[in-house]
Design a protein around this ligand. Sequence first.
Ligand code: TYD
Length: 217
Amino acid sequence: MGDFLSGKFITFEGGEGSGKSTQVRRLAETLRGKGIGVVETREPGGSPGAEMLRHVLLTGVAEALGPKAEALLFAAARDDHLRVTIRPALERGDWVICDRFADSTRVYQGIGGAVDVEFLGALQDLILQGLRPDLTLILDIPAELGLERAARRRGSQGRDAPDRFEKHPVAHHERLRQGFLDIAKAEPERCAVVDATADEDEVAAEIRQLVTERLAL
Ligand code: TYD
């Protein structure tokens, strides 16, 4: 993260049904309890312009353009999100907790969509301008279990159809899972892997401990 920014930037990554949104909310509550200003956000989305692109991306309207164009649209959404929501929050000293971020593009478009790694790396450098999460928590769960959980959640929300990126077979999601684990291995100082099969309270406790240790709370 750039020195001119004073807040901390935490991202959550992982497969479908890994419980990211619940854990984002719980960590935000914990940090607020310590008197820290927290902005909870998500990708794709997190700003009005990016939420518009979220709709285009997740309904599959953009699927016909191919994974490379989808990567560009995720990047456009991220650019708006950074400008409108993330950078201003960090500049005023708030912490930002984001449900998915750039690693999702590396994994979903890079591995899932076979978009060239160098293209994605160059795109990421252009959009991020040196900003990098202080901590990335990778919630790891076997793909089959995660997909079951995601399907149950959809059922309880009255949504039956999986979104554009959920609908692939289990083996595809297992490759994505490995992609996140490989990022964690390559960047251990930024990333930590959390076992997301444990129950919600245990996962929350592990995350609290990691944030305390890594960000010297
Ligand atoms: P969402 O409903 O937020 O799913 P989840 O609860 O699994 O986070 O949908 C986000 C979907 O968008 C998810 O399937 C991953 C995909 N995605 C990408 O393909 N590339 C990206 O850069 C991002 C941020 C998300």
